[in-house]
Write a protein that binds this ligand. Sequence first.
Ligand SMILES: *Cc1c(COP(=O)(O)O)cnc(C)c1O
Length: 367
Amino acid sequence: MQYRIPVYQPDLSGNEKAYVAECLDSTWISSKGRFIEIFERNFANYVDAPYAATVCNGTVALHLALLALGIGPGDEVIVPTLTYVASVNAIRYVGAVPVFVDSLADTWQVDPDDVERKIGPRTRAVMAVHLYGGACEMERLAATCARHRLLLVEDCAEAIGTRLFGRHVGTFGDVATFSFFGNKTITTGEGGMIVCRNAELDARLRHLRGQGLVAHREYWHDEVGYNYRMTNICAALGVAQLERVDAILNGKIELATRYRTRLSGTPLTFQGVRSGEESSYWMVTALTPSERQRDQLRSALSAGGVETRPIFHPVHTMPMYREDSEQYPVAVNIASRGLNFPSWQSLSEDGFEIIIDLILAHFGETA
Ligand SMILES: *Cc1c(COP(=O)(O)O)cnc(C)c1O
């Protein structure tokens, strides 16, 4: 179905077209070309990390990050059940076992106490997933990982522009990954980035990304590698997007603030933001009082031509990770009541008013 107002739409109104045209004109359309290095350098500067490596999407970014850290069969990785499925799939790709944890009721981020409880002799790493533009409690997770000598991976796919105590997320752990899918805060169509602080790890990531090719001998590969490279065309989009990232973020923060202000009299509860946390509001997400009310609100908006999305289903409820467990009551509850509203920063004033009117009318209130 074609919605009058989609839940997301990228803004490609800057230098995107010019830079892609440069790729076509120069014939540098594959994974070599000047935009790759520029995007990596500019991204590293933006998040203030020493190393950034482009890859072809956010899922393989996670896969490569875990591989490069040496996580594999026999290892357990602690991960919130309330996340996008890719976080968990990447753990399976390397042959490790995902160990699920519950979420916090207010911010919906991974629960650091539950992380502590799930640490066992096989635990190798914790994967923190910064959900919907908010930030996990990295100060606590980093302390826990240091105390138990665990690796800390940050899935920042939804958190470009998110800061905690003034630091960009992705700089608290051993390695961090980003996604540039079409509905992420900045997009390259499909794309991803891996950020780290360690030169050796960065070299290892690049080696695995490029088929395990050795430096000074053509067609000689010293291990099983992958082709996880980004194209110059995608990097061209990324460079143009990153030029405007602050404007995009300001627009998103303003939109999220307007939603919160205008809907403050409704029964909706928005994602909590802790002090010290600067959310990038990737998605404007809220909870209704019950699952039934969530479904009714989604239907009312859909009938008015407005697309919404449900919050992610907890991964432990999916067939390949099925656990008939009562251990994740908070995540299950959030998932049953949550929805994402249209969250793109170039949404028009008129479009925004249509959404607000539909929601207020649904709750029997008037603007
Ligand atoms: C989008 C997303 C990913 C995967 O990124 P792709 O680029 O779509 O592969 C991973 N983790 C989270 C939390 C995401 O939201």
